[in-house]
Write a new protein. Structure first.
Ligand SMILES: Nc1ncnc2c1ncn2[C@@H]1O[C@H](COP(=O)(O)OP(=O)(O)OP(=O)(O)O)[C@@H](O)[C@H]1O
Ligand SMILES: [Mg+2]
Length: 185
């Protein structure tokens, strides 16, 4: 499997916002969640890989938590620092009395000792189920992860006034998600 951690070409769509208050991070995560849900409804078999990049405390887990909860998940979204991966089942639509769902896998690879540990743990199968993966500290996998569709860069800046979040679409299929998020902000 080849990896693609850093975009070689310029992103196909990009959005940057300053999120000085946590409420602004919550609002952006909510808008991004709505765009993702629209994409998943239109492409029920698709899988998106989404990286969450930034220093310790940059707000990666906070963004993931608001994202997952604004998709209707009512339980606790805890940091996967020790488990490496936490799965979430999100209800999509109710059709013919059957509840359809998609899966979110939230990873934090910070504590991996070896870049291939994620494969040895059997996580490979999570990368093609309908839904998406959110991956904190993808750089710990040293380029062994499947290519990313969306890169989210978070920065706490040197002071709270510079906290920002940039969302880059790296694949053609993710372009509409980022453009849609941009249009609704
Ligand atoms: N505008 C903001 N957006 C997001 N988080 C904020 C903001 N302002 C303050 N915070 C706080 O910053 C902290 C960010 O921590 P978080 O665990 O999300 O970071 P992280 O990037 O996941 O760190 P790690 O690399 O350790 O996993 C939280 O305590 C959060 O409440
Ligand atoms: Mg975290």
């Amino acid at each position: 499997m080849t990896g693609n951690q850093t975009p070689q070409a310029s992103p196909k769509a990009s959005l940057k916002q300053y999120c000085r208050q946590e409420a602004e991070t919550a609002k952006l995560a909510k808008g991004f969640a709505a765009s993702l849900e629209r994409f998943i409804t239109q492409n029920p078999d698709a899988h998106l890989n989404i990286s969450l990049e930034g220093d310790l405390g940059a707000g990666k887990t906070t963004f993931a938590r608001y994202l997952i909860q604004s998709m209707g998940y009512e339980g606790k979204v805890k940091s996967p620092t020790y488990t490496l991966c936490e799965p979430y089942s999100i209800n999509k639509t109710k059709q013919h009395n059957q509840i359809e769902f998609f899966t979110v896998h939230h990873f934090d690879l910070y504590r991996m000792h070896d870049p291939l540990e994620w494969q040895e743990a059997g996580f490979v199968e999570h990368f093609d189920v309908p839904g998406f993966c959110l991956i904190e500290w993808p750089e710990k996998a040293e380029g062994t992860l499947p290519a990313f569709d969306i890169q989210i860069q978070l920065s706490a800046g040197v002071n709270e006034y510079e906290r920002s979040i940039t969302i880059n679409a790296l694949s053609e299929q993710s372009r509409t998600v980022v453009e849609d998020t941009q249009a609704t902000q």
